[in-house]
Design a protein around this ligand. Structure first.
Ligand code: APR
Ligand code: PHB
Length: 403
């Protein structure tokens, strides 16, 4: 492909938000171009989360992008919470009127969307780094980008920044237009991938006096596991044996089984952040996915929020194409922010309920255990958590979360 110079919708970033949006635009015949600063191999190998809400799966189906997900993804009807050496299973279908989630790694989803895009378009340029988005206040915003050692300009009718938290689109907005609300967290996640069969069929979120742990999986042969660690932890300081011992200690129940151990193929420490930028649009420039909001990973919402933004925006552009009306585009930010804040609240609640803060008192721990106990004894409390975890349809009231 040469260097595109003109398009209707210019998309910065080929993560799930940019790729799904491009696919939805392509299906409605709206011309777009995606610019991605990394190469294809890098984008396809990045380790990310793996839980898809029903509404994300439905969106991928309607985008014709769910073939492999249907074959290789696994529906999960619940999760387990562990605390005080006990185990509590939350059954999503019975608590939410039939909703469930799917386990399918974000990396696999990204591969599927790129494969479709390579077959059918729209144009995607790898190793094309957006340098700046300009002309925010006029009718023709443009993206200046660098590719193959030269600078180019892509003139657009609309620009969508799907370029993550550090992206240039948000940072290039005029002073005073956007406001970012943020919260840091006094701990990080240490994530590992291991060539070992998962010991459990469902995800386990564990509260323990040693800190939080999560047991997830990627396949019948690969486990994905996380430990709460102090910020600034160096993964190289953790031998494989220490990782396994710590996971076993935190995930233990009375008489429970141990994890299956195997070679650890990846170790990484992931800092946590909560952040929301308002509004998610200014003039002809929109923000979607991590470019607009970051959630702590405890609620598994990051990918689902990115997909929900892409869906809302895809519909809004389709509406513009069909009717000439910008009504849905104008409503984009408000529509998305309702869901975003619900997910922020839920993710922060899950995080604070399950992690030990560095200055945690016995009192704090008793409060956490009381909250967990409440989930075990109150169907209403359990239903509220399940509704938030499994998510609501993306639609009229996109607020999400209330059963
Ligand atoms: N020019 C071009 N591409 C860029 C630029 C730039 N200046 N800056 C960033 N990018 C690209 C990144 O290389 C990355 O591929 O934007 C993409 C952003 O993708 P993601 O980080 O995957 O973000 P998003 O699509 O919003 O998906 C959110 O990713 O971080 C996880 O937990 C999060 O699951 C959630 C999902
Ligand atoms: C994962 O499988 O990587 C995963 C699952 C659930 C989470 C976070 C990450 O809440």
């Amino acid at each position: 492909m040469g260097h595109p110079t003109r398009t209707r919708v210019g998309i910065v970033g080929a993560g799930p938000a940019g790729l799904l949006l491009a696919r939805l635009l392509h299906l409605t015949g709206i011309d777009c171009v995606i610019l991605e600063r990394r190469d294809r191999t890098y984008v396809e190998r990045r380790q990310r989360a793996g839980i898809l809400e029903q509404s994300t799966v439905d969106a991928l189906r309607s985008a014709g992008a769910a073939d492999r997900l249907e074959r290789e993804g696994t529906p999960h009807d619940g999760v387990e919470l562990r605390f005080a050496r006990r185990s509590l299973r939350l059954d999503f279908p019975s608590l939410t009127g039939g909703r469930r989630v799917w386990l399918y790694a974000q990396t696999e989803l990204v591969k599927d969307l790129i494969a479709l895009q390579q077959k059918e378009g729209p144009p995607l340029l790898f190793e094309a780094r957006a340098l700046a988005v300009e002309g925010n206040d006029g009718d023709r915003p443009l993206i200046r980008y660098a590719h193959a050692g030269r600078e180019h300009t892509l003139v657009c009718d609309w620009v969508v920044g799907c370029d993550g938290y550090h992206g240039v689109t948000r940072h290039g907005m005029p002073e005073g237009v956007l406001r970012t609300y943020e919260r840091g967290h006094p701990y990080s996640w240490f994530g590992i991938l291991a060539d070992a069969p998962p010991a459990y069929e469902e995800l386990i979120y564990a509260h323990s006096e040693r800190g939080f742990a999560l047991a997830s999986m990627r396949s019948a042969h690969v486990s994905r596991l996380y430990l709460q660690v102090p910020n600034g932890t160096d993964p190289e300081q953790w031998s494989d044996e220490r990782v396994w011992n710590e996971l076993d200690a935190r995930l233990a129940t009375r008489g429970g089984r141990r994890l299956h151990r195997g070679p650890i193929t990846s170790k990484a420490v992931l800092p946590m952040r909560s952040s929301v930028t308002e509004p998610m649009a200014h003039g002809r420039i929109f923000l979607a996915g991590d470019a607009a909001h970051i959630v702590p990973p405890t609620g598994a919402k990051g990918l689902n929020l990115a997909a929900a933004d892409a869906m809302v925006l895809g519909r809004a552009f389709a509406h513009l194409g069909a009717t000439g009306s910008t009504e849905l585009l104008d409503a984009y930010s408000d529509t998305c922010l309702r869901r975003v804040w619900r997910a922020e609240h839920f993710s922060n609640l899950m995080t604070s309920m399950l992690h030990l803060s560095p200055d945690q008192s016995e009192f704090d721990t008793r409060l956490q255990l009381s909250q967990l106990e409440r989930l075990a004894t109150s169907p209403h409390a359990a239903a509220e958590l399940a509704a938030n975890y499994a998510g609501l349809p993306v639609g009229g009231d996109a607020g999400g979360g209330g059963a």
